[in-house]
Ligand binder design. Structure first.
Ligand SMILES: [Zn+2]
Length: 244
């Protein structure tokens, strides 16, 4: 394998490793993925229950305030009873008192239902909080472990970044442009291996990415270290050792 192709292959490899390291740094490593998902799922549930409890508490406070306002109103009307001057005023006052009392009992009913909802949320929270706390502790431990591993991954990423820059500097600009363009087009992978079709008779080689046939003279040129692209998908071809 000639130098230029060899460098391009190394470059692709370094870029792949760098991409993986950067993705890892921005996310969660595979070994704690399962716990991470379980933790996120349960956290959403616990937060939802807490929100339901808060909401019920708030509704209860609002209802309590409303009830005490209405009770004050009833008291005020009752105090006025002694001051009425005729039957009509008396009737009107009694009507006001009745209305306020009806409002009180309607509000009390609503109050009761938010209390029940709050109690149910509280019961579920209590029931699950022990298990969640345990899970959370395990999760925090794994997070800590991951945090302690991060600097090493970051250091490796930095090393790879330098390696990528160094390799890019060694590839002729025209080749680098083709490489970059192809890489962008194919989700980060600019290369395709030349593979051999398994069959009897003369060997047939094809592009490992799109299966298009690779001409024998192309293979010779690749073996001489030249950059060749697949006639169909235009990926840069390289030969893996067992084929060459
Ligand atoms: Zn191809």
């Amino acid at each position: 394998m000639g130098d230029e192709l060899k460098i391009v292959v190394e470059l692709q490899q370094a870029i792949d490793e760098l991409t993986a390291a950067e993705e890892l740094l921005g996310g969660i490593p595979e070994w704690m993925q399962e716990l991470h998902e379980e933790h996120s799922r349960q956290k959403v549930e616990m937060d939802g229950l807490q929100a339901a409890l808060d909401e019920a508490d708030q509704a209860k406070r609002a209802a309590d305030n409303e009830i005490s306002d209405l009770q004050a109103k009833v008291k005020h009307f009752q105090e006025q009873i002694g001051m009425v001057r005729n039957q009509r005023e008396y009737g009107a006052l009694l009507q006001e008192i009745d209305t306020a009392k009806e409002q009180i009992s309607a509000t009390e009913e609503g109050d009761l239902s938010s209390m029940e909802q709050g109690e149910e949320a509280k019961r579920l929270l209590d029931e699950r909080s022990g298990a969640f706390q345990e899970l959370d502790e395990r999760y925090q431990q794994e997070l800590e472990k991951w945090e302690s591993q991060k600097p090493e991954v970051a250091r490796k990423a930095e090393e790879l970044r330098q390696q990528v820059a160094e390799l890019e500097g060694r590839v002729p600009r025209a080749t680098l442009a083709v490489f970059e363009r192809t890489r962008l087009r194919y989700g980060g992978k600019a290369l395709a291996p030349v593979l051999e079709i398994e069959r009897k008779g003369p060997r047939i080689l094809h592009c490992g990415a799109c299966n298009y046939r690779v001409r024998p003279q192309t293979v010779v040129s690749i073996q001489a270290g030249n950059i060749e692209t697949c006639d169909s998908c235009k990926r840069l071809l390289h030969i893996e050792e067992d084929v060459a």
